[in-house]
Design a protein around this ligand. Structure first.
Ligand code: UD1
Ligand code: CA
Length: 462
């Protein structure tokens, strides 16, 4: 176990989000902001994490993994007060260091966390602020340095003098503290008269005055300071995270000739030479193989796709596709669908909770639910499984080499044996033996001049 731990501050309200959810659950690339922070902390090798919750505490707590501790800040009295709530947690590391982070700054990364810890230890610091230089410092705490460039203190926007407001080096809200130095200083923070809050930033000056070393570590990328108070700022964070994610995939050999509407969530894996076309969203635990073409207009969530597949305008959720399939346009793969290799699934086909064997063709206007389809089946246009009786679902089994004529309706539970053939328009209600032809429609009947006699529908005058 390392001698370091992390405390993430997440008690704030975020009123400007105008949301019924707590701010730290607002999403960047479909992932709540606090999860980004936790991912960065874990990736830097810190496992013991405590989250300070307050506003809508139950929602935040129930969202977090069970190995993350939480403490409640019952009243929001500022960042210094928030950290104080975690003093028992930090107390487990009397000789260690604690990383303090804001739960609403999701673009903090593990490289910055690790590099700042090295600077903190090598510099013999008791406190190290992670700072960044930004073009527009408005709203952030400013890093005040002395003439010899040493860190003096942090001044908040509302308390800064006009001169201090010109400083462009700002506080990210993330810090490394020696645990003992932090615990000693927290009790000495006084209430700010301007915001009626206990500022964590005051701990820096207090530690410095006690004769210990403090410093600011300037992050290479200014994005680490960015937080979101409004949904407009959330869009900015999304755009940064989106470009970063797309860049990573392109550098791994994925082609994205136009990034318009392409959103790929964190954790998605895509093989080399796969092409992602516009208006495609890929998220959740999705894995895509090599040499595929995905899009335009596809949405894949928790979907596994093999190699050499085309998925054009496909909506897929919790499904699996083999290799060499041609799917789309306008196909919906619903949960627990497993498609084999070299399968063709054409326009307006919906598959749910079904297995589809290799080389099967389902080319148009079909619904297959709760079914096990074998290999090399030809599904004619407009086939449907009647899988739902109104109160229960039943399975349909179609064995290898079956030919389903257009508009075959399969009333489950039912099995169509290997190599059987259904005539167009057949409703299959009983099991069909192998190699049989099944037809349930009546022979065609012609009644000569029936229309002239009955005249049931008025013809348009010519
Ligand atoms: C804080 C810093 C500022 C820094 C900025 C970076 C202080 C006094 N100022 O300002 O120097 O530039 O972050 O974004 O720390 N929180 C609690 N309990 C509270 C108050 C806040 O848990 O009582 C949490 C919030 O949920 C948030 C984080 O602490 O995740 C930062 O709080 P916020 O109020 O946003 O601080 P800023 O005013 O942005
Ligand atoms: Ca903030």
């Amino acid at each position: 176990m390392s001698n370091n731990c992390a405390v993430i501050l997440a008690a704030g309200e975020g009123t400007r989000m105008k949301s019924t959810k707590p701010k730290v659950l607002a999403e960047v690339l479909f992932k709540p902001m606090i999860d980004w922070v936790i991912t960065a902390v874990r990736a830097s090798g810190i496992d013991d994490i405590c989250v300070v919750t307050g506003h809508m505490s139950e929602l935040v707590c129930s969202h977090l993994d069970s190995d993350i501790q939480t403490v409640l800040q019952a009243e929001r009295l500022g960042t210094g007060h928030a950290v104080m709530q975690a003093k028992d947690f930090m107390g487990k590391y009397p000789d260690g260091n604690v990383l303090i982070l804001a739960g609403d700054a999701p673009l903090m990364d593990s490289e910055t966390i690790s590099a700042s810890l090295r600077a903190h230890i090598e510099g013999g610091n008791s406190a190290t602020v992670i700072s960044a230089k930004v073009p527009d410092p408005f709203g952030y705490g400013r890093i005040v340095r002395s003439k010899d460039n040493a860190l003096e203190r942090i001044v908040e926007e509302k308390e800064a003098t006009p001169e201090e407001k010109l400083i462009t080096e700002v506080n990210s809200g993330a810090y490394w503290f020696n645990v003992k130095a932090l615990l000693d200083s927290l009790g000495k923070i006084t209430l700010s008269q301007v915001k009626k809050e206990y500022y964590l930033t005051d701990a820096i000056e207090i530690i410095k005055r006690s004769g210990q070393r403090v410093d600011a570590f300037v992050a290479l990328n200014e994005k680490v300071v960015l937080g979101a108070n409004t949904r407009v700022q959330l869009l900015d964070l999304n755009e940064i995270a989106r470009k970063d994610e797309l860049t990573k995939h392109m550098l791994n050999g994925v082609s994205i000739p136009c990034i318009d509407g392409v959103i790929i969530g964190p954790g998605v894996e895509i093989g080399a030479d796969t092409v992602i076309l516009p208006n495609t969203i890929i998220r959740g635990k999705t894995v895509i193989g090599k040499d595929c073409e995905i899009g335009p207009g596809s949405l894949l969530e928790n979907t596994t796709v093999g190699d050499f597949n085309n998925l054009n305008s496909v909506q897929s959720f919790n499904a699996k596709v083999g290799n060499g399939c041609d799917i789309g346009p306008f196909v919906r793969l619903r949960p627990n669908t497993v498609v084999g290799d070299d399968v063709r699934i054409g326009n307006f086909v919906e598959l749910k909770n079904s297995n589809i064997g290799n080389d099967t063709k389902i080319s148009h206007l079909t619904y297959i639910g709760d079914s096990d389809f074998g290999e090399n089946i030809n599904v004619g246009c407009g086939c449907a499984t009647a899988n739902y009786s109104g109160n229960a679902k039943f399975r349909t089994v179609v064995e290898d080499n079956v030919f389903l004529g257009c508009h075959t309706c399969m009333v489950a539970p039912v099995t169509i044996g290997e190599g059987a053939y259904t005539a167009a328009g057949t409703t299959v209600t009983k099991d069909v033996p192998s190699d049989a032809l099944v037809l349930s429609r009546i022979d065609q009947v012609i009644k000569e001049d029936w229309v002239k006699r009955k005249n049931p529908y008025k013809k348009k005058e010519k």
